[in-house]
Design a protein around this ligand. Structure first.
Ligand code: ATP
Ligand code: MG
Length: 583
């Protein structure tokens, strides 16, 4: 096909959109790929839709190659299945809930584990039918708290979601690995730089799961890597390398001290180092206690105290993942007033436990560790309060920040942190959903077998933004050949009638060879056309310009910036060759 820029439904913008902070967002709007309709809700214009369809094509090819079968479920769904699994409430405020005219509750699907489990239950009843993997490429709805960067985090977005159903855990593992490999092929074809990290399973439930994160400084996910061992995990999934517990016997007794006005860790450490305790004290020797209230979906608020070494901040995302599906808030003034045993700045484990506040501590607080912490009285702290002797917490919680240089959980080196954007997620769900709907088939021995399920997602619309983000330069977008809206952008930069006809002839020759050609036939200056060709980002730009009189056209590579002259008679053949070698 030849698409003429003079006809294409496209307006490029000179200025960045006011609401855009991220380069890919600015460029996709300026280059006329997408348009904003509402926060997190975007329209796809012709160029954007072409990229989206190309990504879908690559994903479809790789899903089909592992034997997955495409179906399509509705986005508008009844409440009942989500009620059965409790996700109607557990999914929280991100779920778009609505009512039909008869007052029936409905939702817009955020992910479809329930419906796929029910679909398989509806069609299959024998072990002979298994395993099966089904997928769809479909529009999802999530009322994200912070829609961001245009299509990167939308409230309406396109996802490929697939679900495997197997007779046993070994089958599930095989399906999981087939997906893992398919995802590696997909992301390699898209030219994305990514890492695979261990993940938490969040609202989805289930056990083993990994995330594919595109490397990007603007990513919202923090992950860690251990260069020595190859360990990689989303920061939410990092388990703290806990020290060995220490003997309690022989440790000095806990002693309360007047510490004066010392409500912060810094002031407490200063006091401790001036108090002649016989050792140098740092924030890591103190235990700070953070007061929260948590609430399970549909439940009541409950107090929760989190104890962690004073030199560590709470990582909200880790805390959130650790408490999931409960939500949490920091305690407010009214809560402190209602619980006078909580002396702000001086809260210690003893008052928490005496007043039945649930108390979870950082995994570093192992039995036998000794702490300087609050004595529950204004201006007082306790020294040598020993875990397992003077207080016994209710358990541990992974809520402390992970830092560069922390030991790797596998004990084989140190962690480095980096940021990424989640592009895919694979889960071994197990039987959470098949239990909920009793998805059984008749086994070989005549007894029912409960199916085990896997769930696998790729962010299709997000991928458009991710590729734009990773590949762009200061001049504009740059699309890899595999998913570019057009193979070739042919610019007519010569008013001469012979040159124009020559360009048309090259365009036709490329079209006949099956290439997608964008022909800039507009009556605009060469400068404007070149700028647009850089902004729009096709991988190859052909210029029919001044050289035409000497029988030359120019072929520019948008990625390398290199250009070479082609002879006009062999230009079409050369361009076809360049396109074929690029893909
Ligand atoms: P995130 O942590 O970024 O919110 P998620 O864990 O909620 O992602 P999943 O539920 O695993 O994501 O969804 C599968 C894939 O769908 C993700 O890997 C991501 O690529 C994509 N995705 C999720 N939420 C959005 C969104 N709001 N906009 C665009 N794509 C999304
Ligand atoms: Mg999410």
């Amino acid at each position: 096909m030849i698409t003429r820029l003079s006809q294409l439904f496209l307006r490029t913008l000179r200025d960045d959109p006011a609401d855009a902070e991220v380069d890919s967002h600015k460029l996709l709007v300026r280059a006329g790929y997408v348009r904003r309709i509402a926060p997190g809700v975007y329209s796809w214009l012709p160029l954007g839709l072409r990229v989206l369809r190309e990504i879908e094509r690559v994903v479809r090819e790789e899903m089909n190659a592992i034997g997955a079968q495409e179906i399509s479920l509705p986005a508008l769904l009844p409440r009942e299945p989500y009620e059965t699994t409790n996700r109607w409430t557990e999914y929280g405020p991100a779920l778009f809930r609505l009512q039909d005219r008869k007052g029936n509750d409905m939702l817009l699907g955020p992910t479809h584990e329930e419906l796929f489990a029910l679909t398989v239950k509806g069609e299959y009843n024998s072990y002979k039918d298994l395993p099966v993997t089904l997928y769809q490429i479909q529009t999802k709805y999530r009322d994200e708290e912070r829609p961001r960067a245009g299509i990167l985090r939308g409230r309406e977005f396109v996802m490929k979601d697939s679900y495997s159903f197997d007779l046993d855990e070994d089958g599930l593992k095989a399906s999981y690995h087939a997906h893992r490999e398919a995802y590696q092929r997909i992301f390699a074809r898209l030219g994305v730089k990514y890492v695979i990290v261990a993940a938490t399973s969040g609202a989805m439930g289930g056990s083993a799961s990994e995330e594919f994160l595109a490397e990007s400084a603007i990513g919202e996910d923090t992950y860690v890597r251990c260069i020595e061992s190859g360990y990689a995990a989303n920061v939410e999934a990092v388990t703290t390398a806990a020290p060995e517990s220490r003997p309690i016997e022989g440790q000095p007794p806990a002693v309360d001290y007047e510490t004066g006005d010392t409500p912060t860790i810094a002031t407490l450490v200063d006091w401790a180092n001036s108090a002649d305790l016989g050792r140098a004290i740092t924030g890591a020797d103190t235990l700070k206690n953070i007061l929260l209230k948590t609430r399970l979906p549909g439940g009541e608020w409950e107090l929760l105290a989190v104890g962690l070494p004073g030199d560590r901040a709470v990582d909200e995302k880790r805390l959130e993942a650790a408490l999931e599906p409960a939500e949490f808030e920091l305690l407010g003034d009214a809560d402190f007033e209602a619980n006078p045993f909580l002396v702000r700045g001086y809260i210690g484990p003893r008052a928490l436990l005496a007043n039945d506040v649930r108390y979870l501590v950082d995994p570093r607080v192992v039995n036998g560790t000794s702490w300087i912490t609050g004595a529950d009285v204004e201006g007082k702290h306790v020294v040598d309060l020993v875990a397992g002797r003077d207080f016994i917490p209710d358990g541990t919680i992974e809520a402390a920040e992970v830092r560069d240089g922390d030991p790797s959980p596998d004990g084989r080196g140190n962690l480095v942190t980096a940021r990424g954007i989640e592009i895919g997620h694979i889960f071994q769900l197990g039987s959470k959903y098949t239990d909920a709907f009793a998805v059984d088939v008749l086994g070989e021995n005549g007894k029912p077998v409960r199916l085990v399920q896997g769930s696998y997602g790729v962010g299709i619309s997000r991928m458009v933004a991710v590729v734009a983000e990773q590949m762009h330069d200061d001049k504009g977008l740059r699309w890899p050949a595999e998913i570019a809206p057009f193979d070739v952008h042919l610019v007519i930069a010569n008013k001469d009638e012979a040159a124009r006809e020559g360009a048309e002839a090259i365009a036709s020759a490329l079209d006949i060879q099956g290439l997608e050609v964008l022909l800039d036939d507009r009556k605009a200056s060469p400068g404007v056309k070149f700028k647009d060709s850089e902004l729009l980002g096709m991988p190859l730009v052909v210029v029919v310009g001044r050289g035409w009189a000497d029988g030359k056209v120019e072929l520019r590579d948008r990625f390398t910036g290199e250009s070479r002259e082609l002879d006009k008679d062999t230009a079409a053949a050369e361009i076809v060759k360049a396109v074929r070698t690029a893909v």
